[in-house]
Design a protein around this ligand. Structure first.
Ligand code: NAP
Length: 314
């Protein structure tokens, strides 16, 4: 990227929201610049089959779908640049974005579509074993557990999906959930509960991940029953954490209004943020729906909101 690039509209992020905003903005001849972070394509590149995106009756692999989104954005003249937005100045216009702590990009309007990242339990042992048996992405790492036993933590759709996917490789998957009922959709629960390779342990939390990074990797987890307070160990080679996500809003803290959990606050029924000319779409501003289709929908809204806002400024 050349120093001090300027674009009428800069879109930060490349999940369904960012790419859809780019498709619409490019077709409106706004010549958008999309800044791609370290995981181009976003969370869908770490998922397997997407079965619920309309228009793909036979399903489609997440990474392939994101590649198609990107091609469509490119077709209409979207420009792409790689880097992490590390700081922003939204106090004056044009807005300034700092990329990789040094390059500057200025923009008349900004669309934040940075999505959300996997959360971890926060245990020191989990951190120490991250990449040595602890993972938050079965699609990325499941292959390493062929013929082995693993645990999955969580009770939402992600946990069901990860557990089911891991049965392709693992001999046994133990699903550990902190309550006595899953949050996941009925169809995903059914698929999980009907899978002979999956054992569910309810009302339990992982209190420690066992093993060591240098020698053995993960060798097990210690779990605590939340009712009886009793602890026991489960032998396994891997622990997959699937307990939800944190919005990727670190560079925007202090520059725009975020809610208590760090999600961007947008006006109801719009993608406008607390700063005029800055818009947000997709999971970074949505803790309710968080689907590829809703992210794409709000990406479209963001591009239309930007187009109208820019026209008002002229
Ligand atoms: P989620 O729905 O927020 O579920 C997170 C799960 O992790 C909950 O069961 C929660 O327990 C548990 N949890 C949270 N913090 C924990 C902690 N510190 N220790 C132990 N457990 C903890 O997140 P998600 O499963 O990632 O799903 C996010 C969204 O994506 C949802 O809207 C989901 O429908 C969607 N999604 C859809 C699909 C699909 O349709 N194919 C696949 C994946 C995700 P509690 O239940 O007790 O709160």
């Amino acid at each position: 990227m050349a120093e001090n690039t300027h674009a009428q509209i800069v879109i930060i992020g490349t999940g369904p929201a960012g790419y859809t905003a780019a498709i619409y903005a490019a077709r409106a001849e706004l010549s958008p610049l999309v800044i791609e972070g370290i995981q181009p394509g976003g969370q869908l590149t770490t998922t397997t089959e997407v079965e619920n995106f309309p228009g793909f009756p036979a399903g489609i692999q997440g990474p392939e779908m994101m590649q198609l989104f990107r091609q469509q954005a490119e077709r209409f003249g979207t420009r792409f640049s790689t880097g992490m937005v590390t700081a922003v100045d939204f106090a004056k216009r044009p807005f300034t974005l700092t990329v990789d702590e040094e390059k500057k990009v200025t923009a008349d309007a900004v669309v934040i579509a940075t999505g959300a990242s996997a959360r971890y339990l926060g245990l020191p042992s989990e951190k120490a074993l991250l990449g040595y048996g602890v993972s938050a992405c079965a699609t990325c790492d499941g292959f390493f557990y062929r013929g082995k036993e693993v645990v999955v933590v969580g009770g939402g759709d992600s946990a069901m999906e990860e557990a089911t996917f891991l049965t392709r490789f693992a001999t046994k998957v133990t699903l550990i959930h902190r309550r006595d009922a899953f949050r996941a959709s009925k169809i995903m629960q059914k698929r999980t509960l009907e899978n002979d390779k999956i054992e569910v342990i309810y009302n339990a939390v992982v209190s420690e991940v066992l093993g060591d990074a240098k020698e053995t990797g993960v060798t097990g987890v210690r779990i605590r029953d939340v009712n009886s307070d009793e602890s026991r160990e489960i032998a396994c080679h891997g622990m997959f954490v699937a307990i939800g996500h944190t919005p990727n809003t670190q560079p925007f803290a202090g520059a725009i209004k975020l809610d208590a959990k760090g999600y961007v606050v947008v006006e109801q029924g719009s993608t406008r943020t607390s700063v005029e000319g800055v818009f947000a779409c997709g999971d970074v501003a949505d803790q309710t729906y968080r689907q590829a289709i809703t992210a794409a929908g709000t990406g479209c809204m963001a591009a239309i909101d930007v187009e109208r806002w820019l026209a008002e400024q002229a």
